[in-house]
Design a binder for this molecule. Structure first.
Ligand code: NAP
Length: 223
């Protein structure tokens, strides 16, 4: 079974489609139950789903309690953006951004490690190329994603002796609803960005691993 967070749209939904076409059993999460139900009904494999807010630890715990089996892979895709000059953004927007990106990633890391560090599970954390270089008009977003990258690298060091593996995934721009919801107000034109479907295919091939080796970090840049 593969668990995908942020599966109600964009990259998470494209990953769900990709793995469902390979007949993989899926457990999908997002906040929108309507979109999750619609996606699950359209997929050609066995799919469970749960709508929840990953910024709340009791909801993250209840998610893990419902798996029913040990997942082979967990792909954490959930997140949100905020773009434009730093002076335009409020404390409330900053806190919401940190919740959706940093708190959700921290709780997924914590609970995956707590339950599965002794098992050969692969945890893939979707971050962003915004965690690799500082970008204008992305001050708070870069800060959030650098924090996620730091947690990924530190957690990997902490469980080094265990069979669980953590992969950091760093995509460049994708043309998803993310940009409409990110207050980018003309700072970004996503029309020429990668599609979520092509990025999902590249991630899936990057997540293939052998008995002794795996891809620890995967950057997907626009060509
Ligand atoms: N689009 C890009 O250009 C780009 C580039 C690099 C990295 N990324 C990163 O890739 C990931 C996916 O992006 P995307 O483009 O697919 O965005 P998207 O289409 O906006 O999807 C974001 C997903 O995250 C879920 N989500 C957000 N906050 C959540 C929370 N607090 N609890 C549970 N679920 C939550 C959303 O659920 P609901 O919609 O149901 O609320 C949705 O399923 C994000 O982490 C993003 O930062 C995006």
């Amino acid at each position: 079974m593969i668990v995908i967070t942020g599966a109600s749209s964009g990259l998470g939904a494209a990953l769900a489609q990709h793995y469902a076409e390979q007949g993989r059993r899926l457990f999908l999460t997002g906040r929108s139950s309507g979109r999750l139900a619609k996606l699950a009904a359209s997929l050609p494999s066995q799919v469970h789903w749960l709508a929840l807010d990953l910024t709340l630890e009791e909801q993250v715990e209840s998610l893990f309690n419902q798996f029913g089996e040990v997942p082979s892979m967990i792909i954490h895709c959930a997140g949100s953006g905020l773009f434009g000059p730093v002076v335009d953004h409020s404390e409330a927007q900053l806190k919401q951004l940190l919740d959706n990106n940093v708190v959700s990633a921290g709780l997924m890391l914590k609970h995956t490690i707590a339950r599965y560090r002794t098992m050969p599970l692969q945890l893939a954390m979707v971050v962003s190329t915004a965690a690799q270089v500082g970008k204008a008009n992305e001050v708070f977003y870069c800060g959030a994603k650098w924090a996620v990258r730091g947690m990924v690298e530190a957690a990997r060091a902490e469980i080094k002796a265990d069979p669980m593996r953590i992969t950091g995934i760093y995509p460049g721009g994708m043309n998803t609803q993310f940009w409409q919801q990110s207050d980018c107000r003309g700072h970004v034109d996503a029309a020429g960005f990668m599609t979520a479907q092509e990025v999902a295919r590249m991630i899936a091939s990057g997540l293939e691993h052998s008995q002794v080796g795996y891809v620890s970090d995967l950057t997907i840049n626009r060509g």
